[in-house]
Design a protein around this ligand. Structure first.
Ligand code: FMN
Length: 199
């Protein structure tokens, strides 16, 4: 068993330090340069390391390329029109502009179909959450800022159509990665005693 002073301890400290220094960076604060093709591959490899009960890979990602950004912008604008008939053309343009933020952008989609009905939805979301956290940590370790963004557009018909989201799938959030334009202070984290009890 590994204990204090072993190589395992150093690795645990390095891992915890990485987690402690990670923080949410919103896409509007992420600029070029973004991750290279090789680094993007590493991000998705990190996702593949997530725990996965039943080995069903209950999630998938769609990488939003540069050429697809205008189409994403149109989907955001349509989503806004769908939910807010009072939105003005200036609001639609703001919605479009959101699609241009962050050098790397991918949509995280949970697969909740019945094909493996023995695995409950909660476990599938946990697996996706682990995949996302793995990606956030690798992005941070590579020196990038990263963040998750959802918003109501994620569940819109326009977005479902653009991304080919099928029945039995749910778009959960985007993951954005890039160079941090302006850092922000770390938030206070809960102490274990605030969320751990003993049976
Ligand atoms: C599924 C999911 C969706 C999120 N969507 C948003 C979002 O739409 N906008 C946002 O500002 N943050 C979003 N976040 C990020 C949280 O706001 C962020 O994690 C939280 O503020 C804590 O900050 P930290 O990640 O630095 O600990 C999302 C987080 C998760 C897990």
């Amino acid at each position: 068993m590994r204990n204090s002073g072993s190589p395992g301890t150093a690795a645990a400290h390095a891992c915890l330090d990485l987690m402690r220094s990670r923080r949410q960076t919103s896409p509007k604060r992420l600029i070029d340069p973004g991750p290279s093709a090789e680094q993007i591959h590493a991000l998705f490899e990190a996702a593949a390391q997530a725990p996965d009960h039943g080995r069903i890979r209950p999630w998938r990602f769609v990488h939003v390329s540069e050429v697809a950004r205008p189409a994403l912008g149109e989907a955001f604008a349509s989503a806004l029109r769908e939910r807010d008939p009072l939105a003005t053309p200036a609001h639609w343009q703001d919605a479009r502009d959101k699609a241009l933020r962050s050098p790397f952008l991918a949509l995280a989609i949970a697969r909740l179909d019945d094909a493996h009905s023995g695995i409950p939805a909660a476990e599938r979301y946990v697996s996706l959450g682990c995949a996302l956290q793995n990606m956030l940590l690798v992005a941070h370790a590579l020196g990038y800022g990263a963040g998750l963004v959802s918003g109501r557009a994620v569940h819109s018909g326009a977005l479902r159509d653009l991304f080919g989201i099928e029945a039995g799938e749910l778009a959960v959030c985007f993951i954005a990665v890039g160079t941090v334009r302006q850092d922000k202070p770390a938030r206070a984290r809960p102490a274990p005693r605030e969320f751990v009890s003993i049976l």
